[in-house]
Design a protein around this ligand. Structure first.
Ligand code: C2O
Ligand code: CU
Length: 505
């Protein structure tokens, strides 16, 4: 077990109303259509695509009883939010209109939001900085450069001190970036499948329940994939690409196939791995993205293959949290003219950070993560300290373009922490001095730091200057108050807390 207390977050639903595995069809979030025609950025001649999403309260049919609806908060009123699908080099301007109610129904806090594109080298004022809020009735346009290689990103709320409840209520969606390599090597179109996995607990009336076990975390008893409990997807006898986002606010997963056949890992948070890695199971913390291929061609028609969860949150498992979803093999004709139908690439593409060597690092910094006086801290510092400094307190001042070794040391037994560094991609060098797991041998932006583990990372800082957050992605820990910031280059002294950057909607 990697949690010391027997933390549970069980539903209060009557047993007859509880969802059960494999009784609902798999669906995916719709791809978001642009809100207006493309324009050209006069500064560099690049195409700019314009999107709009509206944050609003809505309700969703998650539970099996027709008409027993669950109130959610969603981008365009759906969870997960619509998928943004772009090609490398096309810039995106995303206007987020906050039409949320004034206060959160469960938390009572004001629904001021800040949208973060997790995985993007964003400009500071558009990074979803926790205090760069947009109030209900206001809107803000975020600008994403999209110069990075193909990867699975995701956008989610980052409202300071309320990220856990806001994301849990539904403010999260995937963002896919493609490039020539991903298009050439991996399945595309309907064989390129988003899996946003989350967990939830329900109140007796079907609303979401929330119990964070004294600010430790929420481990719900219902597993959702793309907002549906334990769905079943019909698959052809061919190779599929899955982009699995662990969208749970605290729970980590350990996915595996019920057949024992391997998952062919091809990409991590920051995109393609240098070489595909075949793994029977792997550990998948909140906010991490792993992309893997599954070859269904060897199965028989009618066979059901489960995607299971050998959860390592062992003491917070329920009857069905050992399952995620299922695949039912159908014998629809396979288009064998599509070269990806049976292709399992072994060599992929090493991104820039994967080609860096440890000897290129100019310094090493160590950050100790722990719980002190009931608060989660990074080197003894919390986000409250950053606020108290009027956003000037930084945990590290890094020269623009520098390569550094960053170590996260989790000396306190009892908890794991998925540590996320904004802005950058990094390479995992070691865990407690040993080689990283096969499935983490790709570019990352979030790393699982287990109990009594020290994880060593090689990080390249840039290309933007600014102040960026580093925090635990157990969102309950982040909110209480396990987040600090670092500075890249000399960004001057902007006021990141200026809500005037949001315009009235
Ligand atoms: Cu996924 Cu700072 O966030
Ligand atoms: Cu944590």
């Amino acid at each position: 077990p990697t949690t010391a207390v027997n933390a549970k977050s069980a539903s209060a639903l009557d047993d007859s109303l509880m969802p059960r595995p494999f009784r609902t069809d798999f669906i995916q979030a719709p791809v978001l259509a642009p809100s207006s025609p493309d324009t050209v950025d006069p500064a560099d001649g690049k195409t700019v695509r314009h999107y709009t999403v509206v944050e609003k309260a809505a309700s969703a049919q998650i539970l099996p009883k027709a008409g027993l609806l669950t109130p959610i908060l969603g981008y365009n009123g759906i969870f997960p939010g619509p998928t943004i699908d772009v090609y490398q080099g096309t810039k995106v301007e995303l206007t987020v209109i906050n039409q949320l109610p004034a206060r959160h129904a469960l938390g009572g806090h004001s629904l001021d939001t800040s949208t973060h594109l997790h995985g993007s080298a964003s400009l500071p004022q558009y990074d979803g900085y926790a205090s760069d809020i947009t109030r209900p009735g206001f809107q803000k346009t975020y600008k994403y450069p999209n110069f990075q290689g193909a990867r699975t990103l995701w956008y989610h709320d980052h409202g300071v001190h309320h990220t856990a409840l806001n994301a849990y209520s539904g403010l999260a969606g995937q963002y896919h970036m493609h490039d020539a390599n991903s298009e050439r090597l991996l399945p595309r179109g309907k064989y390129d499948v988003a899996l946003t996995v989350s967990d939830a607990m329900f109140a007796a009336n079907g609303a979401l329940g929330y119990d964070d076990n004294s600010q430790s975390g929420l481990w719900g008893d219902v597993i959702l994939v793309n907002g549906r409990p334990w769905p079943v997807m019909r698959v052809q006898k061919r190779v599929y690409r899955f982009r699995l986002l662990n969208c749970c606010i605290s729970r980590s997963l350990r996915p595996r196939l019920s057949t024992g056949d391997p998952l062919i890992m091809v990409a991590t948070d920051g995109g393609l791995m240098p070489a595909a890695q075949s793994v029977r199971e792997y550990r998948h913390a909140g906010a991490e993205r792993y992309e893997f291929l599954v070859d269904f061609s060897k199965y028989r028609t009618g066979q059901r293959i489960e995607l299971q969860n050998l959860s390592n949150d062992n003491n917070v498992d329920y009857d069905f949290t050992n399952k995620i979803m299922a695949f039912d093999v159908v014998d629809d004709p396979v288009d064998t003219a599509d070269p990806s139908w049976n292709r399992i690439p072994t060599t992929l593409v090493g991104s820039e950070v994967m080609n860096l060597q440890e000897s290129q690092a100019t310094r090493t910094r160590r950050f100790r993560v722990k719980r002190e006086n009931g608060t989660w801290t990074i080197d003894g510092v919390t986000w409250a300290d950053v606020i108290a400094s009027n956003y000037r307190k930084v945990a590290a001042e890094v020269p623009l373009g520098a390569t550094e070794i960053w170590e996260f040391e989790n000396g306190s037994g009892g908890w794991f922490h998925p540590m996320h560094i904004h802005l950058v991609d990094f390479k995992v060098l070691s865990r407690n001095g040993r080689a990283p797991f096969a499935y983490e041998k790709g570019p990352k932006d979030t790393v699982y730091v287990g109990e009594n583990e020290t994880v060593r990372l090689l990080v390249k800082f840039g290309p933007h200057q600014g102040r960026y957050m580093v925090h635990c992605h157990n969102l309950v820990h982040e909110d209480h108050d396990m987040m600090v910031q670092f500075q890249v280059g000399d960004p001057g002294d902007p006021d990141p807390n200026d809500p005037m950057t949001a315009a009235p909607a």
